[in-house]
Design a protein around this ligand. Sequence first.
Ligand code: ADP
Ligand code: MG
Length: 702
Amino acid sequence: MGSILDSEIMYLPGVGPKRAELLQKELGIYTFSDLLYFYPFRYIDRSKIHKISEITDDLPYVQVVGRVVNISEAGAGRNRRLTALVTDGTGSMELVWFQGVTWVMKRLKPNVDYLIFGKATRFGTRFSIAHPEMDIYNPQQDFITGTLQPVYSTTEKLKSNHISSKTIMAFVQALIPMVIGKISETLPPSIIEQNKLMTLPEALRNIHFPQNTILLHRAQHRLKFEEHFYIQLSILSRQKVRQVKVNGHIFSHVGEMFNRFYHERLPFPLTEAQKRVIKEIRRDMMSGKQMNRLLQGDVGSGKTVVALMCMLLAVDNGYQACIMAPTEILANQHYESITSLLGDLPVKVGLLTGSTRRSERNNLHQSLEAGELNILIGTHALLEDVVKFKNLGFVVIDEQQRFGVMQRAKLWEKNSDPPHVLVMTATPIPRTLAMTLYGDLEVSVIDELPPGRKPVKTLHYTDAKRNVVFSLMREQIKKGRQVYVVYPLIKESEKLENLKDLEDGYESIVRAFPPPEYVTVVVHGQMKPEDKDYSMNLFAQGKAHIMVATTVIEVGVNVPNATVMVIESAERFGLSQLHQLRGRVGRGADESYCILVSQVKLTKESRKRLETMVTTNDGFKIAEVDLQLRGPGDIAGTMQSGMPFDLKMANLATDGQLIQHVRQIVIEILDHDPLLENPRHTILKDQLNKLEFHRSDYTGIS
Ligand code: ADP
Ligand code: MG
């Protein structure tokens, strides 16, 4: 809208069309505004000037003021290099260039003081800096000394086109005076005052060129605050809008299917925790408001039966229900356990996944629209527009952290009044994540395992102790138990190599456990479904002693007689995955074991992961350690798609207190003005629209 901030980046002095194209392609910088919001990823303290005699090996960077006293050129062609000897009165060092030799030679002036900056490396008795940053030293007006210098991320492509961090810094230096007066504030004055925040222009200036660390921290705080603020506002205002404008379907009575299931089919008494959770959900379903609830319960805590009983409530009240699972295997598993739990009850259940045949699919679509199908189980395929319900009243998302706020919104659209939504997760979610990713959900917790379960014993062995592992396996098999041996599947691209690990592993297992005395099956993701089913069935029926598998079994198997889970190359698994895998054993009443096998040499992180597994079975503790170890970057990767918008400064792993604080502020605002109609809040509404528009623009999710 004609703001200078929307100007194309090529019009910034010093940029031009060629560099603009590179900035767009490599860094996603299209406009002045994009550059303004392209924050440095770290800062170098340039206030310290080192004496050459004081330089040591362990300094990450050095900055000296010195004169060039000798220049020499050596080699030719690709081996050509230029060396300059520099002294500052306390000692001397070398500067070396391997590229741009002619260019540098022309410019280097003797007997002039330079400010020289770079990483010093020792060669014999002398230090040397390759490709130093150099400026003629001017103590009076040198803006750099006494400040923190921003470092921007660049790419190889940019560097080879002479766009370095320093070049970007120069662009930003040119930009800031042009735009600083045109940046409009994005938070209301009252919030800025009450929280003693920097204004936006001040924060943006200081995030690029902080005068000192105090100002830098204040700038970072302001920008973080704002990001969290709008995430909370987005999540909570959607929730308010739903509460104010949306009618919840009312499931007023407990009917035949629920009762018959409870009295005729339920194979075990419910745990107290399961009963409590069902009550909480029922209360929501009768409230007249749309339910959005998160059900947390550790692996094996019995979430499926809770989901099923709530679906039966929906069916009894004339509604349809569905379960959406993150993988096909898990959808199949749900289908099987739910149809077998229902037995001969007249409830019609369908399964829809990516591999459902076309004809079958058409049938499903029709009976769904006609209202003949009561419960639909499936994968993302459920989200497709062609999947239409007659009267969807209740949705279960079994998600394991793969969906987020934005994906949930898609399911609300499946009925004119959105259905009740229950999100189930087996990986306990640390509080800070819960407040952002699930900030619009009420929470229920199943904090009790079905009776008779013994906690799984976890042991860690190195490769060399494989014999100990084998003898434990033998002992258990002798007692009539079964064993899983799992190999990691790290990346799609490593599939082949990974299969080789699996095959080698299989061979060594068969050597140690020879047929016909022992039966070993293999299961991995690249097998034909028939073969996979065949192997899984052999194991499930107790006809195989050992299942060698990739993480395929992470979600798909329930064999109470299996008491040993051996995880090979355990150092290569993430914590939550290890925890999930461990949950596959300990489902019967017998003592169970999880055996982590790793190499001897471990990184600090993988050691911490394995230690955590050995010392605790508590899913919440594991989730907290996981969040700390993985840090925000990784989490952003897996979670970003579920967030209302991207995070630049905010850090979900460490901003817990700030998130809590900001959330409270947002709640108070919305309590007084749920739809943000007060003119004082126009600024909030506008900014929210802008951010959400931007988001949908780039991801196409909403
Ligand atoms: P999860 O919460 O991991 O999805 P499941 O719903 O798969 O757990 O339940 C794990 C196992 O525990 C299943 O075999 C299920 O039949 C059984 N189970 C669930 N609730 C109970 C209970 N109250 N008593 C005994 N077994 C139960
Ligand atoms: Mg489950």
